[in-house]
Design a protein. Structure first.
Length: 334
């Protein structure tokens, strides 16, 4: 998963207002840190605020240039690190049991409530990358969301990996990753040049992923969240329309992977849009490329138009595929 682009820095001043750091406490008292971009104009009741949910173990600063882009086009923006990652990492990561469910049920929920308090009356939208689209389903406050845009959103069920890479990816993420975690008490990904160091609870959920994610929970996370049915039901509280973008050379975000997750958001209007690198005259995009600033002119107009109007730009509409819940449910039940 290593990609040098994940270290791209944020600009010091994305517009006339500098980004402001913030710290908030979750319902269990854990401090979550992030950055917000806020306009000083008087039109705030109609201006959306966008929350950016990162991928697993990707620093929120990777998305700062994209956040700056949204800010320049009139949005307020919030970016943050999940517990155990980046600025929200505890002093000691060894033995820290934060999980994907915690990231949604506690961390993202706290950020949603923070947005509601700090940007009163403003619509709340979410841009979510990879597992960031998964964790938003667990938040009790997710009914507050007006609009959702995801990229490569899935929960890493190994059978959904791209067929040509499946064996290699299984060995890396479902064998090597949990073995290293068992030795160190967390996954020392930075030493390996793969991604950010990762809490063992997240590793456990990733390595044990199943066709139905609620079948995957093990250890402390399962003990903390005993009512799996209630957590699954929480996904249906989201009524916001979802534009789920998949990239054809993304080994994680395959068609089955993205639609396996979309099944859970059954109260939302869901559109699955596939984009190939060739369709924008590029050789590759992959799992992380979408948020690299080199795609500002080719890809970023898509989320901008979606968040502004709820429509897909004409340049992308010709490759649009609509999500069909009945057919997908039937296929996934086999």
């Amino acid at each position: 998963m290593h990609n040098e682009e994940l270290t791209q820095p944020a600009p010091a001043n994305p517009n006339t207002t500098s980004p402001e750091p913030f710290t908030l406490a979750t319902s269990d008292g854990f401090p979550i840190k992030g950055v917000r971009w806020r306009h000083s104009g008087t039109d705030f009741p109609t201006r959306p605020v966008v929350i950016i949910n990162p991928a697993t173990s990707v620093l929120c600063r990777y998305y700062f240039r994209f956040a700056s882009f949204l800010f320049r086009h009139g949005f307020d923006v919030i970016a943050y690190d999940y517990r155990g990652i980046g600025e929200s990492r505890p002093a000691r990561l060894r033995g820290f049991n934060a999980s994907w469910v915690d990231w949604g049920y506690l961390d993202f929920d706290a950020v949603l409530r923070y947005a509601e308090r700090s940007f009163p009356g403003q619509p709340i939208d979410v841009v979510a990358h990879s597992a960031g689209g998964f964790v938003l389903g667990f938040a009790k406050s997710n009914h507050l969301i007006r609009q959702i845009f995801t990229v490569g959103a899935q929960y890493a069920y190994w059978r959904d990996y791209a067929p040509h890479s499946r064996v290699r990816m299984f060995a890396k993420w479902h064998v090597a990753m949990p073995l290293f975690t068992a030795v160190f008490g967390y996954f020392p990904a930075k030493r390996l040049g793969w991604m950010e160091d990762t809490p063992k609870g997240v590793v456990r959920e990733w390595a044990n992923s199943r066709a139905r994610f609620e079948e995957s929970w093990r250890g402390p996370s399962a003990a903390r969240y005993r009512d799996k049915r209630a957590l699954v039901q929480q996904f249906t509280a989201i009524k916001a329309p979802i534009l789920a973008v998949g990239i054809t050379d993304d080994e994680f975000g395959t068609v089955p992977a993205i639609e396996r997750l979309l099944v859970y958001f059954d109260k939302s209007a869901r559109t699955h849009l596939r984009i190939s690198p060739q369709s924008i005259q590029e050789r590759q995009i992959g799992h992380f490329g979408f948020f690299n600033s080199r795609f500002e002119h080719k890809l970023w107009p898509l989320p901008l138009e979606w968040l502004m109007t709820g429509r897909i730009p004409a340049a992308f509409s010709r490759i649009q595929t609509h999500f069909a819940p009945e057919s997908v449910l039937a296929a996934l039940s086999n």
